[in-house]
Design a protein around this ligand. Structure first.
Ligand code: SF4
Length: 339
């Protein structure tokens, strides 16, 4: 691992000031914020990330670690640990898709350490990105090409990719946030701003190295998940190559508001299949006002993948993703709901 400067500010204001000073230094240093460290330290050891300055945010945990469901919304601090949120009774009862997406991620050790803010910012698992001995990776080195286009791309995206990058967004929690139309609270030098979580991640386009809308020196402070008629009837279905400690090959976060067997409203996000946490608007449109059964679920799944672009080794993800969504929809329909 390369040498770096280290700071442990005592407050958010100090952390933001430290970041601002690092960016303004000559030469400027883009600081890396350390929370749980479960992604950052991995990528530093692999020499993929080479931050000149680490700003350790451990002291902010008290201030930004809340898990607070109230009548209108679920308020989550960015420094709450994944395991704490997954085990929270109020989250399990009223926002099950959130709890499930966290419980099914990573391993118990990682969930005990990793924070929510760090989790949504985790980097792709594309093997070419994570191994600097591969020269061609536009995400790691802009303009260098993409080794995955003609390489081993079984795990890569069929939705939302570009010819510059076909990497898959690897997380689970983000799909639940997208499905429940959460917002993310961002703190920076100019104060706080709250934006729809679905706008945080950027599709790769021609600039895959720009992964989110966060500005240099900004920090995620928390998330707000509104309580809506569909949040209680929700779940996260994750399909992977083995049953634990594995990333999704395909996943679906589904939230459903039913009038008898008819879909009054529905929210769907897909994971393991796309370049960003993927809202499946076409599938939602296909279901609204229809009786939910195997046929309508199949039609929705077809619609969800109408724009899919397979590569040499990942075409199987289209029928797998469709089957995952159909199963998730039918399982959510039959959920027992307690008020
Ligand atoms: Fe890099 Fe993206 Fe290509 Fe992977 S898919 S090698 S991350 S540019």
């Amino acid at each position: 691992m390369r040498a770096f400067d280290y700071a442990r500010p005592a407050s958010l204001a100090e952390a933001l000031l430290d970041a601002r000073q690092a960016l303004a230094a000559d030469p400027p240093a883009t600081p890396a914020f350390l929370a749980g460290g479960t992604t950052l330290l991995d990528l530093m050891k692999l020499d993929v990330l080479r931050p000149g300055r680490i700003v350790d945010l451990g002291a902010l945990r008290q201030e930004f670690g809340q898990i607070r469901p109230d009548r209108d919304a679920l308020h989550l601090g960015a420094f709450a640990r994944m395991a704490e949120v997954a085990a929270h009774p109020g989250v399990n009862a009223a926002y099950p898709v959130i709890a499930q997406s966290l419980a099914l991620a990573a391993s118990a050790q990682l969930r005990n350490m990793a924070t929510l803010g760090g989790n949504v910012l985790q980097r792709t698992r594309c093997a070419y990105f994570r191994d600097p001995s591969w020269r061609a990776c536009n995400r790691r080195t802009p303009g260098s090409g993409c080794a995955a286009l003609d390489g081993a791309n079984r795990g890569h995206a069929v939705l939302g990719a570009s010819d510059a990058c076909i990497a898959t967004y690897p997380g689970d929690f983000a799909q639940a946030l997208v499905a429940l139309e959460a917002s993310v609270v961002i703190a920076g030098a100019r104060g706080r701003r709250e934006i729809p979580f679905a706008t945080l991640h950027r599709r790769p386009g021609t600039t895959p190295h720009l992964e989110t809308g966060l500005q240099p020196g900004e920090i995620i402070a928390g998330f707000v998940v509104p309580a809506r008629p569909w949040t209680r009837r929700s779940r996260y279905l994750k399909i992977r190559d083995r049953q634990s400690y594995e990333f999704a090959v395909a996943s679906a976060a589904v939230a459903l508001d039913l009038d008898g067997e008819t879909v009054r409203d529905v929210r769907i996000a897909l994971g393991g299949l796309a370049s960003v946490p993927w809202r499946a608007h076409e599938a939602e449109d296909a279901l609204r006002g229809r009786r939910l059964d195997e046929a309508s679920a199949q039609a929705a799944a077809q619609a969800a993948f109408s724009g899919a672009v397979p590569r040499a080794h990942n075409a199987f993800k289209i029928p797998l993703g469709q089957a995952t969504l159909v199963r998730a929809l039918l399982e959510v329909k039959s959920m027992e709901i307690t008020q």
